[in-house]
Design a protein around this ligand. Sequence first.
Ligand code: SAM
Length: 268
Amino acid sequence: MNSKVHQGHKARKRFGQNFLHDDYIIDQIVNAIHPSDDFTMIEIGPGLGALTGPVCAHVSRLNVVELDRDLAARLATHPFLKDKLSIHQADAMKFDFGTLKEPGKKLKIFGNLPYNISTQLMFHLFEFAPLVEDMHFMLQKEVVNRLAAGPGSKAYGRLSVMAQYYCQVVPVLEVGPDAFRPAPKVESAVVKLLPYDTPPFPARDMACLSRVTADAFGQRRKTIRNSLQHLFRAEQLSELGLDPSTRPEQLTLDQYVTLANALAQQKE
Ligand code: SAM
């Protein structure tokens, strides 16, 4: 069955609604999340509560951030869940997750994310990395591959560099379309993101890292001599130990940080 109506709710495509219904997969995800009152628990996009219910069985409070008013309202009157939920009817891409921080507790964030916004949402969430214990997300498998990819691979890009700057990236589980209603057209996967206490290669200015990765990967086929010529002369690249004829997908995270720090120094 691939009905768009699930538990009396018509799935809204614009909100990326594909509801999980496979109990085995749900169990695996909840085990990986390891819900606990030692952390401030946050779910993005609870929907009809496929993960919300099983997580609530382990904790006394769960924050949920849901954009769809109807779904937020349903959860607010849910007979078993309503007393444990703090419902934030809001857009997760604009939500300040720092406001949920409780004294002495780090954030644990999880969700089966709307695929149409997942990459942008990842970049927003990285900003909160210092407050976060871990994050578990169901994403398009292709996005998980990009998060985990290393230099030289086709999937390696700006998302890989930024994710790996902040977090250890651990793919957890692959999930086929049949686990959802309606079934998405793509394969899915669950990923665990573990923010570092201190990034292995600290950048002096995150805006500079964001800029060099955007400019380099914005022109993937060009050498860094060409794609970064407005920021560095070829001799400067060589002085930094980088071959100007390298292509962006060949540079490692620490090399991107080297570039970002050189850019920050130029600005100082
Ligand atoms: N967690 C549920 C499940 O596993 O069955 C629903 C997952 S569904 C893929 C994505 C959920 O995110 C939907 O409930 C959708 O309404 C919600 N959503 C979509 N865009 C959102 C946004 N910008 N901020 C917060 N929630 C959003």
